[in-house]
Design a protein. Sequence first.
Length: 70
Amino acid sequence: MKLSHIVSTIDGDAIYRGCALGLSQCDATRPCTLHDHFLRVREDLRRMLERTSVQDLVKDLKEGGKVLKR
């Protein structure tokens, strides 16, 4: 299962649509000062969540390269 499915189930797609500053009127026609920068961040986040599965995380843990707690 991809992480994007889990995020979508819990939070919907708001993570990909919301304004970086929390403004209700931010869009391409009336962008906030972070709008264009945040588009790239959201796209990178979306790509990572769509490419990463729970199995990927488990594999990293089993191989000892990653941790969940310190």
